[in-house]
Design a protein around this ligand. Structure first.
Ligand code: CAP
Ligand code: MG
Length: 466
């Protein structure tokens, strides 16, 4: 019960035909000291019920006090369309909220988020909150195109029916001129047997005075086309069009298309949902690579309750929610974390890969989740990145499967033999996995190989301190 309407479901209530009638969220809260003071007057159970009901109220039709309810007040409609908190777990302080669809426009993610997570993290009643998951109804899925290419479309463009993709982000992050980046592209694409697939701008490399977007795009794509001819293998360049001005993003996308690129890259968190939706719907036919720079300030929560059991200390929204939102909006590949990476993933990388790729996603046994039916929405490439190096390939591939883009920046450019040797080491690591050969065994037999040199430097495990 919140102050005016009843936002709390009766015990045992479940939403009827949820994929048709409701959007659902799954959350955990901690009750604040202020709220706990109320316990003197009411039981802990009641205060938690009030918090769950208040979340449902504040994120749908209610507010903190009773308001005018006479003629023309809107209260009857507010009562009919109100969200309902249900499945309350009194031990873990988790619950779900079911939102009737009339609360939202079906094709407006920004409007949706202003509702379901707009105000609730600010409520003084709670001292911590995590939104674990969201489940979209069919009608909302129907309102979005999803990825234009996704896993199958990119495979077709690259003429690569199976196997993972590999790409490199030039390091230093910022430093190379456009010309120097093109030289690196040539090296990567022609190294070894010429199988290296991609080069990617770093998240903070945009249109800088010493490395202009247009010069870089033209020069790198020019080298890419030449390398495709020489090697007979298709290549890609993830050009970073990130900008706070959508008109510039569109202009840059056009330039990529004009120069026969197939991918644009967007920092999807810093540019925002509206930018991603717009660029998906109104771009000249390019695939979208989504870098998630800044997501850690949204998704990271190192408290014990991050997976539902134990205390929460902060306010966060899981990467699972972000992955679902960006799949819905239609990115073709997205950074989703990785086992052995330098970045925190709470052991969720495998589930995020499933969130991005399964058609009928089930709930996870340990990670609080809601599952999802994706209907027409294509699977998305999962990008595994962050401190990865050739010694990690076997583990990462066996955990995440082949529909992944493995991205090594330092793990290629830090090779003692230089970029050419770094690319060969990665080529060797991928080939071994594809031929089902053991990395460790092969290295023992080939101690002078580029791969053995890389493993000698970085080993097989994660590199966390740097
Ligand atoms: C990787 C990376 C990516 C991170 C982002 C970097 O470089 O390009 O931005 O992977 O993390 O700049 O650090 P390295 P995530 O290969 O040199 O680590 O993929 O988790 O979003
Ligand atoms: Mg980066």
């Amino acid at each position: 019960m919140a102050v005016q309407l009843d936002y709390l479901a009766k015990k045992g209530w479940k939403p009827k035909n949820p994929d048709k009638n409701y959007l659902i969220t799954f959350l955990k809260v901690e009750l604040s000291k202020l709220a706990l003071k109320e316990i003197k007057k009411r039981s802990l159970k009641k205060v938690f019920q009030d918090a769950a009901a208040s979340v449902a109220a504040e994120s749908s039709t209610g507010t903190w006090t009773k308001v005018y309810s006479g003629p023309n007040s809107g209260i009857p409609m507010a009562a009919k369309k109100r969200a309902i908190a249900y499945d309350l777990n009194y031990k873990n302080l988790t619950f779900k909220v079911a939102y009737p669809l009339d609360l939202f426009e079906m094709n407006n993610v920004s409007g949706l988020l202003a509702g379901i997570v707009g105000n609730i993290a600010g409520m003084k009643m709670v001292s911590a909150m995590r939104v674990f998951d969201i489940r979209f109804p069919k009608k909302m899925i129907d309102a979005f195109p999803g990825p234009r290419f996704g896993v199958p479309g990119i495979r077709k463009l690259l003429k690569k029916p199976k196997g993972c993709l590999v790409a490199t982000v030039p390091k230093p992050k910022i430093g190379r001129t456009a010309k120097e980046q093109a030289i690196l592209a040539k090296t990567l694409f022609t190294a070894g047997k010429g199988t290296y697939d991609g080069i990617k701008d770093d998240e903070n490399l945009t249109d800088l005075s010493f490395n202009k977007f247009s010069e870089r795009t033209k020069k790198v794509l020019n080298e890419l086309k030449k390398a495709e001819k020489i090697t007979g293998n298709k290549k890609f360049y993830l050009c970073n069009i990130t900008h706070s001005n959508l008109e510039i993003m569109k202009k840059h996308a056009k330039l990529i298309k004009k120069n026969k690129g197939i991918f644009m890259m967007i920092d999807v968190v810093t540019t925002g949902f509206a930018a991603v939706d717009t660029m998906r719907r109104y771009n000249p036919g390019l695939a979208i690579h989504a870098h998630r720079a800044m997501h850690g300030f949204i998704t990271r929560d190192n408290s014990p309750g991050v997976h539902g059991k134990g205390k929460l200390n902060g306010f966060s929204i899981s990467m699972i929610v972000l992955a679902k939102l960006f799949r819905l909006l239609g990115v073709d590949s997205i950074h989703g974390g990785s086992p052995l990476a330098k970045m925190e993933d709470y052991g969720e990388a495998k589930y995020i890969q499933q969130v991005l790729q399964e058609k009928n996603l089930k709930t996870h046994k340990k990670i609080p989740s809601l599952g999802q039916k994706w209907y027409h929405i294509k699977p998305v490439w999962m990008t595994a990145s962050g401190g990865l190096h050739p010694g990690d390939f076997e583990s990462v591939l066996s955990e995440l499967g082949e529909d992944i883009l493995i991205q090594c920046g330092g793990g290629l450019l830090g090779h003692p033999g230089g970029p050419n040797a770094g690319a060969i080491a990665i080529e060797q690591a991928r080939e071994l996995y594809e031929n089902k050969l053991s990395l460790r065994k092969w290295i023992k037999q080939n101690p002078d190989s580029e791969l053995a040199t890389a493993v000698k430097l970085w080993g097989y495990g994660p590199k966390i301190v740097y």
